[in-house]
Write a protein of this length. Sequence first.
Lengths: 463, 463
Amino acid sequence: MIKPRTPPGILELLPREQIAFQRMLDIIRRNYERFGFLPVETPVFELSDVLLTKSGGETERQVYFVQSTGTLEKREQGLPELALHFDLTVPLARYVAEHEHALTFPFRRYQMQRVYRGERAQRGRFREFYQCDIDVIGKDTLSIRHDAEVLAVIHAVFSEMGIGEFRVQLNNRKLLRGLFESMGITDGDLQAAILREVDKLDKRGPADVRDTLTGGDFGLAADTVQRILDFVAIRSVDHEDALARLETLRNEMGEHDVFQQGVDELREVLQLVRALGVPEAAYCLNLSIARGLDYYTGTVYETQLIDHPQIGSICSGGRYENLASHYSKSKLPGVGISIGLTRLFWQLREAGLVSSIEESCVQAMVALMDETQLTDALDIARLLRIGGINTEMQMESRKIAKQFQYASRAGIRFVVLAGEDELRRGVVTVKDLIREQQYEVTREELADTLRVELEQARALSDW
Amino acid sequence: MIKPRTPPGILELLPREQIAFQRMLDIIRRNYERFGFLPVETPVFELSDVLLTKSGGETERQVYFVQSTGTLEKREQGLPELALHFDLTVPLARYVAEHEHALTFPFRRYQMQRVYRGERAQRGRFREFYQCDIDVIGKDTLSIRHDAEVLAVIHAVFSEMGIGEFRVQLNNRKLLRGLFESMGITDGDLQAAILREVDKLDKRGPADVRDTLTGGDFGLAADTVQRILDFVAIRSVDHEDALARLETLRNEMGEHDVFQQGVDELREVLQLVRALGVPEAAYCLNLSIARGLDYYTGTVYETQLIDHPQIGSICSGGRYENLASHYSKSKLPGVGISIGLTRLFWQLREAGLVSSIEESCVQAMVALMDETQLTDALDIARLLRIGGINTEMQMESRKIAKQFQYASRAGIRFVVLAGEDELRRGVVTVKDLIREQQYEVTREELADTLRVELEQARALSDW
């Protein structure tokens, strides 16, 4: 006998939790499709030489390699032929480059798959986790207007998810780049190192960060540091304020091309976001947002739950210059976002925001009171299913109290009974375990009745 | 520059194909849920010692092992710690045993994930493929009634999928076992070897198979072989015929316990299948069905497309005695089926049964005729999306003919236009590219109008 156990770093869910997780996946997918994105799925493994074009780095050290028994036995030197994908961006680059001539640009794709990283085992860190991505990829150019639409997608997803108020923090990398360049800090690595220190503001406080940046490693002038700290502290309170702050910055900064371009882009994004009907409370400028990666070159997004800032960004992304430079000579600029759903789900559960008493995806249970009523019970289950109601059937008769207990624990809303008396009168009894009501309907009206009840509940919860 | 390419043995789909594939996945899931099954998802890799409890065999030779960079560098002897799952049954056994006390039995789960096998590279053989499984797992016992319900699920799935007429071939392993035992062939391996020869009937013809079974390797008596060949040739033509044939067999066979039990079980399944409303044409007895695996002990199913028998079984499964004997002392009998969707999709595509002109999941496109109309176009797209219509927005104005061409090629049904004249009159023009119609509606009525049209189309295709 072998002890059944899951590998470390895996979030495996019980069915009730899986239902809640699946609902979140469905909401994300529905909204991605609502905005006209097309589904793509790539294999879980890629050829190692294709996947690992950029050698070295933290990512490669976390890669899982895959070997069949045959190649394992040969114990060859060098990297195994296959590796599990560690994100969905590199596979997207490979996909777009490989199928470039069969795709239409701008290419709008969504992709929701699990990815793999050999993270150090740690609470809340997962080695297998869902990423739910959208990207819009242009050929040669891509209008800034897509950057606004992507923000509207974030808003649509998290509005429907109903996990509390959220705000998309918006910035443009050209502002920070322009600011640094205007102060003579042109080296990209140095810019990145400074931003990493700035990121510690919340944890260590301004005095400490200021000391580091003026100290030996960086040696920046005190007024340079102050200017950086003042800049990254900027947040807008509403739409007009955001536009006004950009106007002020433009005037202060004078004729710096990169900076001015960033201001123009941000302003256009803000205006289109409003035209797309995104409420003002759902977005703001946050000039500290840089998104660690060198990858992003324009618009960047992070998304915060207002009542749970400790969760960090629940959806991030931005604009990049060229998706697939390793695979294609074509210039493929893009903009995209990613939701790390496994981590988000885990955090929501930790914060008590995933309700464990959520209704099952099973909506009705047909009870079986007496063996002689089996055929009728089967027919009732059949009518319910044809009528679009997810229905479980009790296949063996047992104490009716046990059957109710089962339905209640399983989160099934309706229990349908048809005893001798009901069968004679051509009706069934419905017990609604949520509204704690009981009523009789004819067998023919049963499915429609329950469907109306379920739709009312859905409309109420949307409200 | 690295040539972008997919590993061998992978079916990667273009977006239009992915939409068709996703629709099939959705139909399977919807029907699995309709019958009250609960979702489960297990990690793509399991601990090798947990996954590979039965050592040796074809399966293990096809296993993919997984190693992080760290363990790869150590080049340790022995098997790597992790391996990709090669089916969903072993992970189910591990899941049920690991979470036994948190589950309610009978436990009804569905699971739709990709699995991995290091198959020899060959046309139509895939190393990564979807399995879409349901299983009902009992504790200690499980009523035969679930075997009937599982057949009703198969019927529901393939009725909705609309890939042509199909028939579930039904048998019970106890019949073949009883037949063999009654003739003194009690060795399970010998029984299996005989059935493998019998399986070649279609390819090699009865004379050839008869020669093999009476020849040196098997040395069976000629009348024994004839009895086996007569037996496995039995097919029923309708429900009454199936029951009558079982009755005849029962009488011919006399008091053989295992055989009689098989007859009783098959009869009960047949009766319940009818009570569940499955039409007679959708199932039949086929006493040759054995399902290679020793695993199955009672009911077995295979499913054939009537017009495409060369595709083989599109959905198979059966009843087994004990799911998790390697992981748990509990006796966990079950019944289940599996749809290998990747292979089915590929075969349907080869047979020209997956329509490449299928409609996109994008239902409407808002055209942009003039830059000054951008804000209105964004608002129209917003209203469509709020109204539940999947909508793509043309973000940059270009020749209207180009925009129509794009929508048409992409399989988008509705193009929505609002030029100067329409905007003044408060209406939009809808071009229906499928019905080749054009009409005007107010902006407020737009989404409802399109939704009604889409629902009509859906109702027609269901018809």
